[in-house]
Ligand binder design. Sequence first.
Ligand code: 6PG
Length: 223
Amino acid sequence: MKLVEYPDSELMMFDLADLLASELSAALRQNEGASFCVAGGSTPGPVFDILSGVKLDWDRVTIFPSDERWVPETDERSNARMLKRRLLTGKAEAARFIPLYADTPAPEDAVEALSEAIEPNLPISVLLLGMGADMHTASLFPKADHLEQALSPDAPILVPITAPGAGEPRMTLSARVLEDAMNTHILITGEEKRKALMRAQTLEPDEAPVRAVLDAATVHWAP
Ligand SMILES: O=C(O)C(O)[C@@H](O)[C@H](O)[C@H](O)COP(=O)(O)O
């Protein structure tokens, strides 16, 4: 794991947006298209605001969330809603978006169709994850019902997740799909998450799921 500490959050958001844009550009120089997989939640919003104004061949970029809460896009907790408002706007409006949600009663009903849409876009070119103070990343939550399956080396692309602390049921990319990404970044702020990150390094993924992606990741932290 590489840890980059910034003196303040605003500087971090600008530097990280710049870095992600250059990694996407490099991926686009080498390939016809690039995939950009991004966390939901609240922390990365400012990075998305900056990135959406960056000049890039966005029409060759496919964006999808690392995980989704099982709510329609009209719901304020929908990651797709946030991403469409803050990332897929401005210059980045030209990017293609693949949802991890379908209008079915439960995530289990949509695994197959959603996985088919994601598969041609793997491995992920650039991955931006977040982390919770409980050491979850994407929707790989400690004590989740299908965590063992989601962490296994032969896991499917997507795994439905129900977990204490997760709110509604969710859909998450499995750990092996996240681990295979070509460039991995984790964005966190505040002392509580910094402590959780340090602790996660001493634990196994079943207790600290973020551990599954830490080795290959650059973690960006600001107070
Ligand atoms: O949809 C989600 O909830 C996520 O993708 C999740 O893994 C998130 O990145 C962390 O929970 C951190 O969330 P915050 O940035 O809101 O603290």
